[in-house]
Design a protein. Structure first.
Length: 189
């Protein structure tokens, strides 16, 4: 495996301690824990890992190092949130974070989103994918845009735990386009 390759692997209960440490990191907690708490977020992930809710939680592995986590879910599983962000039937929502401070701001997020889009497309090839980072989270917004997501709106989302405006992005069905302009399915150089 290339040292710069990203893999997504199913999150296990043993991974929750690592994610809890990442959630406490300032570069993550600023965005991910706003209006919530580390304990609440970990409990949510624990429920996902245990199969108690229909969220597919994944660890992000860069080379051989765990560097973050991501998740995807059908928007209609949370009807209030789906309505608030303007989800259409069959849309998939995503959340993500690079937790490791040593791997932050190195372009890994762009690769992570491409891999996450590919993972969702395997299961739901005809679905749009939605994300709603805080409007001030320019790094998160940039990785979405580099992967072909388009901004739909910037607005408060009543079902989110914070009153801060969120930037709602959508990627329509089809392969994602990476920052290089190639389809994320085209791994040729």
């Amino acid at each position: 495996m290339d040292a710069g390759e990203i893999r997504l692997v199913e999150m296990k209960v043993d991974d929750l301690g690592t994610v809890a440490r990442w959630l406490a990191e300032p570069h993550v907690s600023r965005w991910y824990v706003a209006g919530s708490s580390v304990e609440r977020e970990i409990d949510d992930l624990r429920q996902s890992v245990a199969g108690e809710q229909a969220v597919h939680a994944l660890m992000v592995i860069y080379g051989s190092d765990p560097v973050g986590w991501c998740q995807w879910y059908l928007c209609h599983d949370d009807p209030e949130w789906a309505k608030d962000i303007g989800a259409e039937p069959g849309d998939v929502g995503i959340d993500y974070a690079i937790g490791s401070p040593a791997h932050h701001s190195q372009g890994i997020g762009t690769k992570m989103i491409a891999e996450l889009v590919d993972a969702v497309r395997v299961v739901h090839p005809g679905s749009s994918i939605l994300a709603d980072p805080d409007e001030k989270n320019t790094a998160s917004r940039r990785v979405l845009e580099k992967n072909g997501f388009r901004l739909l709106a910037v607005k408060p989302i009543p079902s989110e735990p914070t009153d801060d405006p969120m930037a709602v992005y959508r990627l329509r069905p089809g392969p994602a386009v990476s920052a290089s302009g190639r389809s994320t399915r085209d791994r040729s150089r």
